[in-house]
Design a protein around this ligand. Structure first.
Ligand code: HEM
Length: 398
């Protein structure tokens, strides 16, 4: 029987789309069609291991053009094999060393504190908007990109518009085009100067097989650092939502308990929706859980479904940071930023930065005296990427 194309169903259901389909197949791999192509959806730690197994899938033919033209750009996300390994080395060098992580986390904390001081005694502000501003300023200062007052809007637009074809998508395309052009100019300028330790300069002077990257590609990779750092604002708004719904989580955060803070951060990344699924294309005929996957088939790893599967996470709809205390997390278990080894595969090299920056923000939020005026903080799961509807409005008394 011919399968119905699921493109419209994804548009209508968002994060619930694949979990609903997989429920019908009792969690087994399910064949479907999307964008006119054959696909198989899989989920669970074994599925994540299969997805990241070297040689199973390729990425460059799997990413839809609207996602590349907004969210990712034509850089590391779209490379495979040796070209990916060479480019990934640049990100590992820039993002995975403790000094860089600490510098960005402490810059974020400092700018957040200054921002909060300026907001005391004022009217309601959106936690999402304020943290996006803080994070983009921190990322700009850290990397060496001059802030111009609208950088945060452009970076947020690139993330916000990748999964829709409406006005949000157009805004995302324009923002990317504008920023790639501007940052390519900065890369050219940095090349006329002596190298410094700043990421902008390091990307500008980075050699791959003895050659500099073309300036547009270097700009894409620079955006691949400042854009996702700003995207931590989605997680900060979710953290604000969690602190409001589960106020019992505040006390251990307020006391500066680092183990609990880490557990809280992991639970935010597990519980709340961000990446709905990841896609790759079968390089050859494959087989997973007794299901044949023909060469060329799209393989969709259901990230949101995996994080809400009771076989992996008991009582998955309970927000319980304690589930992460005193236990090791498997490489393929918690996968909001991909699975496997970030040095060799596609897993996010910014995961440690995300954890450090979000931890800094949640401890500050938990200590802060603020209240939520009446508002709608519902999270619409059909909107990708989702966020609390109001952006979490807060009032900070004098
Ligand atoms: C909101 C927080 C973040 C989320 C949810 C997130 C999520 C992801 C996901 C799902 C991937 C793709 C994994 C795959 O294709 O297998 C990824 C890749 C990537 N992320 Fe993140 N990320 C976040 C923060 C960051 C930060 C802070 C940085 C840099 C400072 C960063 C840089 C990257 C890069 C460069 C890649 C491409 C890796 C590759 O293709 O090898 N991300 N991220």
């Amino acid at each position: 029987m011919a399968l119905l194309d699921q493109t419209l169903a994804f548009g209508a259901k968002g994060y619930a789309w694949l979990p609903d389909l997989r429920r019908r197949s009792h969690g087994r791999p399910i064949a479907l069609r999307i964008g006119g192509q054959s696909a198989v959806a899989i989920s669970g730690p074994d599925a994540a291991r299969f997805f990241y197994e070297q040689g199973h899938l390729e990425r460059h033919t799997a990413l839809p053009a609207p996602v590349v033209d907004t969210l990712f750009g034509r850089g590391v996300h779209t490379l495979d094999g040796e070209a990916h390994r060479a480019r990934k080395a640049l990100f590992v060098e820039l993002l995975m060393h403790e000094d860089g992580i600490d510098t960005l986390a402490s810059l974020t904390g400092k700018i957040f504190d200054e921002t909060i001081d300026g907001l005391r005694g004022g009217g309601p502000v959106s936690l999402f908007d304020e943290t996006a501003r803080v994070l983009s300023e921190a990322a700009a200062r850290w990397t060496g990109v001059p802030e111009d007052g609208s950088l945060d809007d452009d970076l947020v637009a690139m993330v916000d518009g990748f999964a829709t074809l409406g006005p949000r998508h157009l805004r995302a395309r324009l923002a990317r085009r504008r920023r790639e052009r501007q940052l390519a100019g900065l890369i050219d300028a940095a090349r006329r100067q002596e190298p410094t330790g700043e990421p902008l300069s390091k990307i500008a002077h980075h050699l791959e097989n003895g050659y500099l990257l073309d300036s547009r590609t270097a700009a894409v990779e620079l955006i691949n650092i400042i854009r996702p750092t700003t995207a931590v604002a989605w997680l900060a708004a979710f953290a604000g939502h969690a602190l409001d719904r589960w106020p019992g989580t505040r006390a251990p955060l307020r006391s500066g308990d680092d183990d609990y803070t880490l557990a809280f951060v992991h639970e935010v990344r597990r519980f709340y929706p961000f990446a709905p699924f990841l896609g790759g294309r079968a390089r050859r005929d494959l087989r997973f859980q007794s299901t044949d996957i023909a060469k060329g088939t799209l393989v969709l790893l259901d990230v949101y479904g995996q994080h809400h599967d009771p076989r992996v996470w008991p009582e998955p709809y309970e927000f319980r940071p304690e589930r992460f205390l005193g236990r090791r997390i498997g490489e393929f278990e918690l996968i909001p930023q991909g699975g496997g080894d970030p040095r060799s595969g596609h897993r996010c090299p910014g995961e440690k930065i995300t954890i450090a920056v979000l931890g800094t923000l949640v401890q500050r939020l938990a200590k802060l005296d603020y209240y939520l005026p009446p508002q709608n903080t519902d999270i619409d799961l059909s909107r990708v990427p989702a966020r609390p509807r109001s952006g979490v409005k807060i009032v900070i008394p004098q």
